[in-house]
Design a protein around this ligand. Sequence first.
Ligand SMILES: C[S@@+](CC[C@H](N)C(=O)[O-])C[C@H]1O[C@@H](n2cnc3c(N)ncnc32)[C@H](O)[C@@H]1O
Length: 244
Amino acid sequence: MLKGSRKSQSELLSVLPHQHFSESNGVLDLTFSISVGQSLSVKLIVDSKPGCGGIAWPAGQVMPPLIVLFTYKTANPLGNKCIVELGSGTGLVGLVAGKLDPTCKVYITDQAPLLDIMNKNVALNSLEENVEVSQLNWALIEEIRGEPIPSGVPSKADIILAADCVYFEPAFPLLVQTLSDLSDAKTVILFCYRKRRRADKRFFSLLKKRFSWCEVVDDPNRTIYNKEAITLLRLFKTDGRKGK
Ligand SMILES: C[S@@+](CC[C@H](N)C(=O)[O-])C[C@H]1O[C@@H](n2cnc3c(N)ncnc32)[C@H](O)[C@@H]1O
C-alpha cells in the first residue's frame, strides 16, 4: 500500500460503479463494459507482498475504459502496435490492451519483485502469445548513467501506457526520462494520473521540458474519477519545442 492509504482492495476497486469485480482466493475477476452488451473480463492475482504495485490501484482501474474509448475513436488503434506499459504492477492495464487486440504486442514492465505476479497474471488470462513481462526499472535507463534500455523491452513504442506512476518524488526525473527514451513525436502516450500531493507539481515541471499534454475530456466516466483526483492525460513528445 502507498503511505497514507488505508483503503482495502475492495474499496480501491469501487471507483466506477458499472465495473464489476469479485474476489476469490486472492484472484480478482474484473469485468469492464466495453460497449452496449459487450464486456471484457480480466483475472488478476493481487498480492501486496512484492510491493505497492501488487494490488489494483484506482488509476489502473479507470484506465481500461480509456483504452476502450481510444480503440473506438481511432481506426485500428492497437492493431500490430508495439505497446509498453510502465509501472504495470499486476499488469491490469496492459492485459486489457492485449485482450482487446491479439495482434498487438504488449510489454508489461515493472521492477523485479513484481515480475512473478505479472507472469502469473499473463498465464491466468492466457495472453502468453502477445503479452510479455519485462523488467524495466526507470532508474536503470536514466540517460546520465548511460544505461541502455534493457533487452526484452523495445527501444521505441507505438503506444505507452502508465497508470498511477506519479507518487515517489525521487523517481520523477527517472519516469520522465523513461517516457522520453521510449517515445518519439508519433508515440501515443496515455497517462492516468492520481493527484496525491503538492510535490506532484515537480513531476509536471520536469515533464513539460519534453512533453505537452491534454486531458481526455470526452470520457463519460470522467466526472466520476475526477472526484477521486484522477485524470486521464494524453502526452505528446515535444523535446522542448513547445511546452504546456
Ligand atoms: C501505485 S503503483 C501502480 C501500479 C499499476 N500501474 C496500477 O495502476 O495498478 C506504481 C507502480 O510503479 C512501479 N515503480 C515505481 N518506481 C519504479 C521504478 N523506478 N522503475 C519501475 N517501476 C517503478 C511500482 O513498482 C508500482 O508497480
